[in-house]
Design a protein around this ligand. Structure first.
Ligand code: ATP
Ligand code: MG
Length: 570
């Protein structure tokens, strides 16, 4: 490509709305353009990168034995009703009606569609196992679309689905996919970790997230400093020292505690450590036909992990905060909440830590009042569980080392779904004994467009993007330092043509601009190599500069091709 003819306009500054570095650089380097919130066009350079990422994903999926298909974006509501997700998926599902008022969704994921294909195609255990995948645009009406391609409402995903007769076969494929994902990320030179994760609205019983380590990531990962334990904070467990107190139990006592709605205010007012308070959190699960209410109690210095709480009460949907009116119905006063007697329709979960605190302070369900000297016997509760958010500094759950925290960006998520969708959609095969068996499934997603952001988050400097060779839009930028200099033009043109003939992705910067301007653009866009035809051209020499290392060498014109070929091999 000749940059004089390219659809390319670079910018010194990024627009204010771009908050993270990858978004800024993609806009400045003319890779993407926003149409509306969370919806982007890919411009020529950006689209080349996207296609290269897509190809790496495709190659590794093919190599792992998955077969590529393409499913419709447009999906009938009836199928989503069968799986129960027409309601459960909530407002993230983009819904629409056709001219006959029939309801549809724009696919955010394809478990329903692929299960429908499979149930109508195979009948015997002999057809299992197999794996199907697609690379396709997904739609999710995200609450907070942001950070450019990181969280879009329309984005490109690779989603794969595998089908099995036995658990062992599913386990094997899960591992196979885990390896394929590692290869994909390694080929893009990313620093990542596979971590234990919660299965979220996709469901199922085991899942791993692939986290790219990045300051601007939206997730927190806890990992052990001396074992390979790593988990999303949503899922992480830890060991904290819990000792039975020898303190003598005192009778509970009502005390006035004006304006002490937070644990900090309460502990200061009563002059007791936060560890000697217990806090209450009121949440609910809103189902199609009913609402489940839950009150959770936890030691005051700790936090409730909503995902663990959700799992502790076997809720299937994300929990929401109870309104004041709802609290009132149960006689709960927010800010001064406690649990002393059974309330019909309210499940009370206590974190295991509460069992170990003696003579603690807890809301009295009366405005501006707490009880002090509360003990376990004074409480009403239904369930004891670990609902605590693990913290950096806690002991790793395997007992090895201390947990540390890192920011991560989820780029892939693999699940053992089990029979969640196949059961709901009645996808069965006949087994060896002629008996009907529900098929077991796995599903495996990777954010193709989000990966573009992830790479830039990890690979940039003050001058711009530093693309790894595997996905750079072009490997080399041949720059004519001075377009008025005939020798420089001839040398550059010759190298450009020769590289093209070798099928090496190359651009020629033949724009009538100052050399400095061209260098800046090259660094901003992040071509791995700059090949500069400048003063040395008279002696048949060009300067070749490596974007990643900053190293620069003089190379004879005849040797440039081999130099670039070698560069690509290493
Ligand atoms: P998140 O927690 O970030 O919302 P998710 O758990 O909803 O992700 P999955 O349903 O597992 O994501 O989707 C598979 C992959 O698709 C994710 O790992 C991520 O890389 C990508 N992805 C999900 N949502 C988006 C989005 N809004 N924009 C871009 N990529 C996305
Ligand atoms: Mg999501």
């Amino acid at each position: 490509m000749r940059l004089s003819k390219a659809f390319l306009k670079t910018y010194k500054e990024a627009p204010k709305e771009a908050e993270v570095i990858s978004h800024k650089l993609m806009l400045r380097a003319s890779m993407i353009r926003q149409l509306t919130r969370g919806v982007y066009s890919y411009l020529p350079l950006g689209y080349r990168v996207l296609k290269k990422i897509e190809n790496i994903v495709r190659e590794e999926m093919d190599r792992a034995g998955s077969q590529e298909i393409l499913m419709p974006v447009l999906q009938p509501a009836s199928l989503w009703e069968e799986s129960g997700r027409w309601f459960a998926y909530g407002s993230e599902l983009m819904r629409m009606k056709d001219r006959n008022e029939r309801e549809f969704a724009l696919g955010p994921t394809h478990e329903e569609v692929v299960t429908d294909i499979v149930r109508n195609t195979i009948t015997s255990y002999k057809d299992l196992p197999f794996s199907l995948y697609q690379i396709q645009t997904k739609f999710r009406d995200e609450m907070r679309p942001r950070f450019g391609l990181m969280r879009g409402r329309e984005f490109l995903m690779k989603d794969a689905y595998s089908f099995h007769l036995t658990k062992e076969s599913l386990d094997e494929e899960f591992l196979n996919m885990k390896n394929a994902y590692s290869r994909i990320l390694e080929r893009m030179e990313l620093k990542f970790r596979a971590v234990d994760a919660d299965s979220g609205s996709i469901g199922g019983n085991a899942s791993n997230e692939f986290m790219v380590l990045a300051e601007n990531g939206e997730d927190d990962i806890l990992y052990s400093d001396s074992s390979d334990y790593a988990a999303n904070i949503e899922k992480a467990t830890s060991i904290i020292e819990l000792k039975e107190s020898t303190e003598e139990k005192l009778p509970k006592e009502l005390v006035e505690t004006p304006n002490t709605k937070t644990i900090k205010e309460l502990s200061e007012f009563l002059n007791i450590p936060e560890e000697k308070t217990v806090k209450a959190v009121m949440l609910k699960e809103v189902l199609e036909d009913k609402v489940n209410y839950v009150l959770a109690l936890i030691r005051g210095d700790l936090d409730v992990n909503e995902i663990k709480l959700k799992n502790a009460i076997n809720a299937s949907l994300e929990l929401e905060i109870m309104t004041e009116e709802e609290c009132e119905k149960f006689g709960i006063v927010p800010g001064f909440a406690g649990s002393y007697e059974k309330k019909e329709g309210l499940t009370v979960v206590i974190d295991e830590t509460v069992k170990y605190v003696r003579n603690f302070a807890l809301g009295a369900n009366k405005k501006d009042y707490h009880f002090i000297n509360v003990n376990l016997e004074d409480l009403h509760y239904d369930v004891v569980a670990d609902i605590r958010t693990a913290r950096a500094g806690d002991i790793s759950p395997d007992g090895k080392g201390v947990l540390k925290i890192a920011r991560g960006m989820e780029v892939g998520h693999i699940f053992k779904l089990g029979d969640k969708y196949s059961k709901a959609l009645n996808a069965k095969v006949l087994d060896e004994n002629g008996k009907q068996q529900v098929i077991l499934m796995g599903c495996y997603g990777i954010g193709v467009s989000r990966l573009m952001s992830a790479v830039i988050e990890q690979k940039n400097d003050e001058y711009g993007i530093i693309w790894p060779k595997s996905i750079a839009p072009y490997i080399a930028d041949v720059i004519i330092a001075n377009v008025k200099d005939e020798t420089q033009v001839n040398v550059a043109e010759k190298i450009y043509e020769a590289l093209k003939n070798e099928n090496i992705d190359v651009v020629l910067d033949d724009r009538n601009e100052r050399a400095g301007f061209k260098f800046k653009d090259a660094d901003l866009i992040g071509f791995p190599l700059k090949i500069v035809a400048g003063k040395g051209a008279d002696n048949g020499i060009v300067e070749v500069k490596d974007r990643a290392t900053g190293e620069s060498v003089e190379v004879k014109v005849e040797e440039v091709i081999n130099f670039v070929k070698n560069f690509m091999k290493n």
